[in-house]
Design a binder for this molecule. Structure first.
Ligand code: AHN
Ligand code: ZN
Length: 346
């Protein structure tokens, strides 16, 4: 009896500890219920112009593929810095160099635009701005080039439009940082690696890094533009403008930051975009958000293209189909509008 009572006490103690532990890991809006019950702020959320976001994608594509170490890449980076400056942000350019799996040395730039830098509660928005150097999934031309209208261009287009909006609208209650990561898309290509190193061998891993993909986000997450920088949470956009795309809840996002995923998906659904932000869990994708979570310890989710017919990003991916014909203003509108509501409700 004595023992049982102690055991029971101990188990009550244990469940109490567990409860404390779980509630300490309090992440904003951890459950759907919590998200649904939280009263909405009485704020005017500015409208998102998908026409303008679309034109920002056209501008990028018009420069040519933004492949590191090319003129178009340099021009695109300069264009982003100029636009963010024009839209009133405090702009930081983080220059660095990186070596790729095929032993190219790249000059790269992460571009950071900060709004209300004095505020301590901050939301981080990101996309990658570089284009993959070859269309390796293109059946006809695996060594060709592609525009990267969706892969790179769409996320950047939406973030430029958010910057333009923040400049002209009433400020939100939080600080906002926009990071354009460089060097995301020069990731490992099997065919090239086989020619370089041979078949069936161990391919080298990058020095001090975890992946050949996402070189810019790995660099930033280990060397933040402000040493003590942090954010309340982050949202990454990757391939968010395709006609066929819907967005499902990505695995790493659900592991690292389920509350943010639920917050964004329930915001989208409240706004009538429940047919685009689908309430369904799918696989995990190595992308810039993984390193922001892992190295910078900022909870960050990924909104990324998923084609339900194909069960993958879509058949445009890393092919010459990734051009302006693919881009849907409806998708840009859904993503941009959802982001503005998430920001202004915070
Ligand atoms: C993988 O294919 C493992 N990650 C995709 C990351 C990516 C490439 N995003 C855009 N292009
Ligand atoms: Zn890509």
């Amino acid at each position: 009896m004595f023992i049982i009572n102690h055991m029971r006490l101990f188990s009550i103690f244990l469940s109490g500890m567990l409860f404390l532990l779980l509630s300490c890991k309090s992440e904003p809006g951890n459950t759907d219920k919590e998200n649904a019950e939280k009263p909405l702020k009485n704020v005017v959320v500015p409208l998102f112009s998908s026409d303008s976001a679309y034109r920002f994608i056209e501008r990028q594509v018009g420069l040519g593929p933004r492949i590191p170490n090319t003129k178009a890449h340099k021009q695109a980076g300069d264009f982003f810095v100029a636009q963010f400056t024009r839209y009133g942000a405090a702009v930081t350019v983080q220059e660095f160099s990186a070596t790729t799996y095929d032993n190219q040395k790249l000059s790269l730039r992460n571009i950071i635009a900060s709004y209300y830098p004095e505020r301590s509660k901050r939301i981080l928005l990101a996309a990658h701005w570089d284009t993959r150097p070859f269309s390796d999934k293109d059946e006809d031309k695996p060594r060709g080039y592609f525009d990267g209208a969706n892969d790179g261009g769409s996320g950047v287009g939406i973030l430029l439009e958010i910057a333009r909006t923040l400049h002209s609208a009433q400020p939100p209650d939080v600080g906002v940082d926009i990071i354009l990561f460089d060097g995301e898309d020069w990731g490992f290509d099997q065919a090239t690696a086989e020619t370089l190193y041979g078949k069936g061998v161990d391919y080298p891993l990058p020095k001090n890094l975890l992946s050949w993909w996402c070189l810019g986000s790995q660099h930033w997450s280990k060397n933040k533009h402000k040493p003590n920088y942090s954010a309340y949470f982050g949202i990454l956009l990757d391939m968010v403008g395709g006609h066929n795309s819907v967005f499902v809840k990505e695995g790493y996002s659900m592991e690292y930051a389920p509350g943010i995923v639920n917050k964004v998906w329930s915001t989208a659904s409240r706004l009538g975009f429940g047919n685009i932000f689908i309430n369904k869990n799918e696989g995990s994708i190595t992308d810039d958000h993984v390193f922001v979570n892992e190295f910078a310890k900022i909870p960050m989710i990924n909104i990324i293209s998923y084609d339900p017919e194909l069960g993958f990003f879509g058949d445009f991916h890393h092919t010459r189909k990734d051009n302006m014909d693919l881009i849907s203003k409806e998708k840009l509108h859904a993503v941009g509008t959802t982001l503005l509501h998430v920001i202004y409700q915070e």
